[in-house]
Design a protein around this ligand. Structure first.
Ligand SMILES: Cc1ncc(COP(=O)(O)O)c(C=O)c1O
Length: 360
C-alpha cells in the first residue's frame, strides 16, 4: 500500500521557483541576462554585511545562537521595542508559517486580499485552514470588505502593506478604521517586506497599533532593501504573549549564524539603505516615464517593483518575448506582469526590449 498525503496537501498549488539564471541562459543560448523578477536589491548586500560574513565563516562548526542575541539587541534598540516583542525567522516567510501554525486550527479561516502574496494561502491550506480571498479594489486592499468577512472562525487577517504584486499601500486613516473593527480574537498580520521603500506620507503606522497593544504582528525582512535575500532572515514584532506562543512552535536554530551576523551588520548601514532607496526612486521614475511613452498602463508603486496589468491573456507570451531579449520578469497570472526596478543599465535594457516587442 502506498502512502498518501491528505486531500488538503495534495490540492496545494506548489510554488514554482524560477530556473537558475545560468540554466535559462544555456537553454536560450544567451548570456548577460537581467533578472527583474524577485524584488531583490540590485545593488547587492550592504558592505558591512559582507564584512561580518567574512568574519563569521570560521565559526561555522558551531550551531547558531538560537536566541539571535546580538541581532535582537541591535534591533530592539533601533526600533525601541522590547527584546521579547521580536521573533526572528528563516526569512519573513517562516514567520508567516509560524503565525499560522500557532493561531490557526484545521477548519479556521484566514482573510487575505487577492492578488496578494501567494505564500499566505499556501500555508493556510497546508494547515488545513480556509483562505477567504477578498479582491483588491483599485489594486489596493479593500479593508472595509475584508473586515466584513470576519466570522467566529476567523483567526488571522493578512495585510501586505505595500502589497505584492501591486506595490500599493493602505493609509493611516484606512488602517486605523480597520483596526477598530477587528475583534480581540483575531490576529492582524501586517506584512511590511517593502516598508523601507515607501515614500508616501499617508503610509499606515503599524507600530502605533503595536504600541496600543492591538493584536498585530508586523513582519519585516532583510531580503529586500538590506540585500540579504539569499541568507534568509526576517523578523516579526508583536506583544510578548503572541511572540511567546509562536516561540513554542519555532525550531530552536531556525536562523543560521551567517544570516544573524550579516543582518546585524546591515541593520545600521544607513549609507547602503539610503543609496538603495535613491537607486530605486530614480529607477522607478525612469520606468514610469518609459512605460508612459509606450502607452503601457501600470500601477504606481510604493515598493521596488511595478505591476503592469494587461488587456488580454498575454502575460506568458510577454514573459517569453522578454526572456529572449535577456530580461526576466515575473508573470502574474495570465493578465499581468511584475517588473522589479533594477540598476540604470538594467532598466534601460528592459525598456529597449519592451520597445522592440511592442505593441504589448
Ligand atoms: C509581501 C512579501 N512578504 C514576504 C516576503 C518574503 O520575504 P522573505 O525573503 O523575508 O521570506 C516577500 C518576498 O517576496 C513579499 O513580497
Amino acid at each position: 500500500m502506498s502512502i498518501k498525503s491528505p486531500e488538503h496537501i495534495r490540492t496545494i498549488n506548489p510554488y514554482v521557483p524560477g530556473k537558475p539564471i545560468e540554466e535559462l541562459e544555456r537553454e536560450l543560448g544567451i548570456t548577460g541576462s537581467t533578472k527583474l523578477a524577485s524584488n531583490e536589491n540590485p545593488l547587492g548586500p550592504s558592505p558591512l554585511a559582507v564584512k561580518a560574513l567574512r568574519k563569521g565563516i570560521s565559526g561555522l562548526n558551531r550551531y547558531p545562537d538560537g536566541s539571535c542575541f546580538y541581532l535582537r539587541s541591535a534591533l530592539s534598540e533601533k526600533l525601541n521595542v522590547g527584546s521579547s516583542d521580536i521573533i526572528f525567522g528563516n526569512g519573513s516567510n517562516e514567520i508567516i508559517e509560524l503565525a499560522v501554525r500557532t493561531f490557526l486550527s484545521p477548519g479556521d479561516e484566514a482573510i487575505m486580499a487577492h492578488p496578494s502574496f501567494i505564500v499566505y494561502s499556501m500555508i493556510v491550506q497546508a494547515l488545513n485552514g480556509k483562505s477567504i480571498m477578498v479582491p483588491l479594489k483599485d489594486w489596493r486592499h479593500d479593508l472595509e470588505a475584508m473586515a466584513s468577512k470576519i466570522t467566529d472562525r476567523t483567526k488571522i487577517i493578512f495585510i501586505a502593506n505595500p502589497n505584492n504584486p501591486t506595490g500599493t499601500i493602505n493609509t493611516c486613516e484606512e488602517m486605523d478604521a480597520f483596526m477598530e473593527k477587528v475583534p480581540d480574537s483575531v490576529l492582524v498580520v501586517v506584512d511590511e517586506a517593502y516598508y523601507e521603500y515607501v515614500r508616501s506620507g499617508d503610509y499606515a503606522d503599524s507600530m502605533k497599533h503595536f504600541r496600543q497593544g492591538k493584536n498585530i504582528l508586523i513582519l519585516r525582512t532583510f531580503s529586500k532593501i538590506y540585500g540579504l535575500a539569499g541568507l534568509r532572515v526576517g523578523y516579526g514584532i508583536a506583544g510578548a504573549e503572541i511572540i511567546n506562543d509562536m516561540n513554542r512552535v519555532r525550531q530552536p536554530f531556525n536562523v543560521n549564524s551567517l544570516a544573524q551576523m550579516a543582518a546585524a551588520g546591515a541593520l545600521n548601514d544607513q549609507a547602503h539603505i539610503k543609496k538603495s532607496r535613491k537607486t530605486n526612486e530614480r529607477g522607478m521614475k525612469y520606468l514610469y516615464k518609459g512605460l508612459m511613452a509606450l502607452n503601457v498602463h501600470f500601477v504606481p508603486s510604493e515598493a521596488n517593483f511595478i505591476f503592469v496589468p494587461l488587456k488580454d491573456d498575454t502575460a506568458l507570451q510577454l514573459y517569453n518575448d522578454l526572456l529572449k531579449e535577456g530580461v526576466i520578469v515575473r508573470p502574474m497570472g495570465p493578465r499581468a506582469i511584475r517588473i522589479t526596478v533594477g540598476l540604470p543599465g538594467e532598466n534601460k535594457k528592459l525598456m529597449e526590449a519592451l520597445k522592440k516587442i511592442s505593441p504589448l
